[in-house]
Write a protein that binds this ligand. Structure first.
Ligand SMILES: C[S@@+](CC[C@H](N)C(=O)[O-])C[C@H]1O[C@@H](n2cnc3c(N)ncnc32)[C@H](O)[C@@H]1O
Length: 317
């Protein structure tokens, strides 16, 4: 079945959602908030989710442990038994226009369970979440192999709560190069406005992996590239909305939310999250980019953070 929402611009989508009363009045695309709020919670993901009110989040973006023994947090006796604790809460906490992105990969030739296939199977059969897209994150740098084709991709599933999910394709279009643009502008069948907007990035994204000596590294062993997270944040949430990452790791999602003017709720069982996030912020400050105003709130009650977000959004222009 074709998915018509993919062809809508952000405004068309938001207007439709508003007309149907699905989007809260504060959640207007591009609201200009005076600053963004970022709650940092050093807690277990499931405990946090259970305390979060219904329909409170626009985007959940997570990169969970996968039973790969990468660290002490990455070993499980029964993976899906553990994962269902948080998978069962996602639908409830998402707003009606909400989206959820789960990073992962497949375990090959391994009897140990715990991969994106199992997560997808669970969400499809045991939750009302809708499967919108599978994004392939393709990179050129990786390990060599001799007994199989060398792996050069990871995956992320995009799930939504309803079929009225928010999607801002225009915010992530890829510009055509000048020669192609000129060529397309001469083609009478093509709308010049669409040519100027650029092309759909498709569901295969080429973004380099972080090498050990990458400037972006802040010390977390499984840190994701900023540009990968940015594309999801831009397309699936809007300024002034709330993004939740309950396996926040180094806080890459929080960093992107500060830059892109979204509020964020960052949860990790490891208190090193605070130091890592500090390093992310110093990276933005030392670049020439101007940093939008933000406020970090650590170790507060969830309600306190949500109230502050509501107050800030009321002051929006
Ligand atoms: C794969 S890493 C996320 C990395 C992150 N995407 C980044 O770019 O930095 C997974 C994180 O989940 C955290 N974690 C594992 N089990 C958890 C739990 N039960 N509750 C909260 N956090 C947990 C780990 O401490 C780890 O930092």
């Amino acid at each position: 079945m074709s998915n018509k929402s993919h062809f809508n611009s952000a405004h068309m989508t938001m207007n439709q959602l508003k007309k149907k009363g699905i989007v809260h009045s504060s959640a207007v695309a591009g609201i200009n908030v005076p600053y963004t709020v970022h709650g940092i919670f050093i807690r277990d993901a499931v405990d946090f989710l259970k305390a979060l009110p219904d329909s409170s989040v626009q985007l959940i973006l997570i990169d969970p442990p996968y039973n790969l023994d990468l660290d002490i947090w990455d070993s499980f006796h029964n993976y899906i038994d553990w994962a269902k604790g948080w998978l069962d809460e996602i639908y409830r906490v998402l707003s009606d226009s909400g989206n959820c992105v789960i990073f992962g990969g497949f375990q090959y030739q391994d009897l140990k369970k715990g991969d994106l296939l199992e997560i997808l199977h669970y969400t499809r059969h045991k939750t009302p979440l809708r499967f919108v897209n599978l994004v392939i994150w393709y990179y050129k740098n990786g390990m060599s192999a001799h007994r199989f084709f060398a792996n050069r991709h990871e995956e992320a599933v995009w799930l939504s709560k309803t079929n009225k999910y928010y999607f801002d394709l225009d915010s992530v279009r890829v510009p055509f190069d000048d020669a192609t643009k000129e060529l397309y502008k001469k083609d009478k069948r093509l709308n010049p406005e669409s040519v100027n907007k650029g092309k759909n990035p498709t569901n295969v994204w080429e973004i380099g992996r972080l090498n050990g000596n990458s400037k972006e590294r802040v010390g977390h062993p499984t840190q994701k590239p900023v540009e990968l997270i940015r594309r999801f944040v831009r397309a699936l949430s809007f300024e002034g909305s709330i993004v939740l990452d309950f396996f926040a790791g180094s806080g890459t999602t929080g960093r992107v939310c500060i830059e892109e003017r979204r509020h964020s709720l960052l949860v990790d069982s490891d208190s090193k999250l605070c130091d890592y996030l500090g390093k992310h912020i110093r990276q933005i400050e030392s670049s020439n980019l101007s940093l939008p105003k933000y406020r970090l709130i650590k170790d507060a009650q969830i309600d306190t953070v949500l109230k502050e977000i509501t107050l800030v959004n009321r002051q929006s222009s």
